[in-house]
Write a protein that binds this ligand. Structure first.
Ligand code: SF4
Length: 498
């Protein structure tokens, strides 16, 4: 029998090859940090939304091996339907191998409404309509009268005042008519899905806009495995649609890019030319000199780490707000002077912002030159701190206004070598310039190697035993320290070549 779930159905509607590859070549699935974070956020939000309409029953059940016990979930759903329960969460249905679980099934007179919960802030994704139309189809086949369909998304304008108000945190959007329009396509799509999934032959589907929407496909690496590397898909900051157009016109490699005569801006042209021929390091001394002239000693190299809770935890914050929890600061008082280091790591049991803002204003005088890498991020967080703590605002805003961006000379193309691969993030620039320095290698750090890992670790500190926590805090501090130490090294390199 043909078995399908709503996630497989959504995958199929994005691209028929996705569920086929998941079934026949699961080892090619590469999940990135962003996707993983989306899944985690989805679970947290789904659990919270269950209480949106007051009392509810939940059917989620597990087998002894930890996997979902679908038979028990379906049996419980039947039982709760028979009992006339108002709100059934994860209500589970199966029609001839077509399975789905409804986030919240809410009784409405002689029928039911479907509420699909998403951790996203926007209800305007076609995939949500695909998702809910499949649910409505399965429920109707199981004999249920489905009246209305709603999406439950996050209202990012909601400000937490100390007591979580689910009705303000969540935004409910009715999508019944959109779902009804889409319903006409479900049966045909399922027939086609059954044909694709029962064949051992990989669907002959080429790259398309679907590879990048609604999310970057986890099989993109697999589907581009036969392209030259680097390929047209590595071009610096070119919209995916433009890259696809070039690909579809037969432009694959960087040689093809040059031969095609396509117009390239200066940065992309350098990226292509340096990839084709190792020309060493490109240095624009005038550009770098001009940038360095805007700086003055003492120099403060600053980097924040943040958390971004979907469900706000601290008074005055909004869903998805970036909350600074940690910083590293290297200080260079004079050319070739001794490097000082200061750092701050908040306690994850409490709102860390006040303590962080106080330490920041004590560590950084109001009138010194501060360097950040991609300063928009640090400036944004400092502006939010100033809004939250008016008594510190004047000093904080002066720090913000004194920040210069160390990314600028790289992003403006004043310094380039082929190993940067067209990326100017510090994680690309640093190893490209200092490939053999183990002290500058993020892979050599223990436990925390990137911002996503730091973001995931910080909220868990409060639940750790003391020794585990001490080690995790040490790892967080070392990670953030490397970010600002890296900035110092990049600054020195710019000085050396200028
Ligand atoms: S990368 Fe594109 S073609 Fe390959 S499975 Fe994903 S969506 Fe389909």
């Amino acid at each position: 029998m043909f078995y399908f779930s709503k996630s497989k159905y959504c995958d199929f509607k994005q691209c028929p090859k996705i569920p086929w590859l998941k079934k026949y070549k699961p080892e090619e699935y590469v999940i990135d940090e962003e996707t993983q974070a989306r899944f985690t956020a989805g679970n947290e939000v789904g659990d919270l939304a269950m209480g949106l309409f007051g009392e509810y029953v939940e059917v989620t059940s597990y087998k002894s091996d930890g996997s979902l016990d679908l038979n028990r979930m379906k049996a419980l759903t039947r039982q709760y339907l028979a009992e006339g329960r108002e709100n059934i969460c994860e209500a589970s249905f199966d029609h001839q191998g077509l399975y789905c679980a409804v986030d919240i099934l809410r009784k409405n007179g002689d029928g039911y409404d479907i509420y699909e919960v998403k951790s996203s802030a926007s209800p305007d994704h076609y995939v949500y309509i695909v998702d809910t139309s499949y649910q409505k189809y399965v429920l109707q086949k199981c004999g249920l009268k489905v009246k209305n369909v709603f999406l439950v998304t996050i209202d990012t304008g909601y400000v937490f005042d100390g007591v979580l108000d689910l009705h303000r945190l969540f935004k409910i959007t009715e999508v019944t008519s959109l779902v009804d329009e889409e319903m006409g396509t479900v049966e045909e799509s399922l027939r086609e899905a059954e044909r694709v999934m029962s064949s051992k032959d990989e669907p002959a589907i080429d790259l398309s806009a679907s590879c990048n929407q609604p999310y970057a496909c986890a099989f993109f690496g697999y589907c581009t495995r036969n392209l030259p590397s680097p390929s047209v898909f590595h071009l610096y900051r070119l919209a995916y649609g433009k890259k696809l157009q070039l690909y579809q016109s037969g432009v694959y490699s960087y040689e093809d890019v040059l031969k095609s005569g396509v117009k390239l801006n200066e940065l992309r042209r350098r990226q292509v030319e340096y990839a084709l021929e190792d020309k060493g390091t490109y240095v624009d001394k005038v550009g770098i000199g001009g940038f360095l002239q805007t700086l003055s000693y003492p120099l403060y190299f600053l980097d924040f780490e943040t958390v971004q809770p979907v469900i706000p935890r601290y008074i005055g914050t909004r869903p998805y707000q970036q909350i600074p929890v940690q910083y590293s600061l290297h200080i260079l008082t004079e050319p070739n002077g001794t490097l000082e280091h200061r750092e701050f790591l908040g306690r994850s049991e409490e709102d860390p912002r006040r303590a962080l803002a106080e330490r920041l204003t004590s560590d950084i005088p109001a009138d010194v030159c501060v360097l950040a890498y991609n300063k928009g991020f640090e400036c944004g967080r400092i502006t939010e701190l100033a809004e939250a703590f008016p008594d510190l605002a004047e000093h904080l805003l002066k720090i913000r206004d004194n920040i210069k961006d160390l990314l600028d000379p790289f992003q403006k193309g004043y310094y380039y070598n082929r190993d940067m691969g067209g990326s100017f993030s510090i994680k690309s620039v640093l190893p490209a310039i200092f490939p053999d320095d183990p002290k500058l290698n993020y892979h050599n750090l223990e436990g925390v190697h990137n911002g996503s890992e730091a973001m995931e670790l910080f909220p868990r500190l409060k639940d750790m035993p003391a020794d585990e926590r001490a080690e995790a805090e040490h790892n967080l501090l070392k990670y953030c320290e490397l970010d600002t130490f890296a900035m110092v090294k990049l600054y020195e390199e710019l000085k050396r070549v200028s």
